[in-house]
Each structure stands twice: as structure tokens, then as C-alpha cells.
Design a protein around this ligand. Structure first.
Ligand code: SF4
Ligand code: SF4
Length: 85
């Protein structure tokens, strides 16, 4: 399971570019800073390498092993703190 803290994300896309499994896509949804968030749309491809988590300069990503939960969500621009699936 991949969680993205929408309030911390600055939309640098490092997570999208660093993931060799193409787990992330760019969302059309913005957070409250007007940033278009990454969306872990293809979580079924994730091998839990944690690279995206390590590469994120703002510690906005948490990768947890959870085989039973494959779908994902991104922030909706509201004041909600965390985004998870
Ligand atoms: S690397 Fe972190 S700050 Fe950059 S787009 Fe991904 S989640 Fe947001
Ligand atoms: S943990 Fe690895 S495979 Fe999974 S989304 Fe992050 S970079 Fe991609």
C-alpha cells in the first residue's frame, strides 16, 4: 500500500521518474498548494523496493507491504492530511 501525504507533496515528479515499475501516474487532482499529485495507479506492479519513498525530498510517501489492498487514491485538494488507499 502506498500512502501519499498530499499536504507535503510539491509535485516534483521524482517518485514518478524513479519508479522502474511505472506505478505512478500524474493525477489531474491538485492539493491545496495547487500541485498536481502523483497517483499510484499501478500498485499491482509495486515490488516494495521503497525507492520512491527514499527519493522523495519531502517524505511525502510511505510504502507498506499490503498484498490485499491494490487500489489507490490521491488527495482531492481538501485539507485532509493523508492519502491512502
Ligand atoms: S517525490 Fe515526493 S514531493 Fe515529489 S512528486 Fe513525488 S510525492 Fe510529491
Ligand atoms: S516501492 Fe519501488 S516499485 Fe513500488 S512504487 Fe516505489 S519505486 Fe515503484
Amino acid at each position: 500500500m502506498i500512502k501519499i501525504k498530499s499536504d507535503l507533496c510539491k509535485g516534483c515528479d521524482i517518485c514518478i521518474e524513479s519508479c522502474s515499475k511505472n506505478v505512478y501516474t500524474k493525477s489531474s487532482k491538485e492539493n491545496k498548494k495547487g500541485v498536481y499529485l502523483p497517483c499510484p495507479d499501478n500498485q499491482e506492479n509495486c515490488n516494495n523496493c521503497h525507492l520512491c519513498e527514499l527519493m522523495c525530498p519531502d517524505q511525502a510517501i510511505t510504502v507498506e507491504k499490503d498484498e490485499s489492498n491494490k487500489k489507490s487514491n490521491v488527495g482531492d485538494g481538501s485539507d485532509k492530511e493523508d492519502v491512502e488507499e
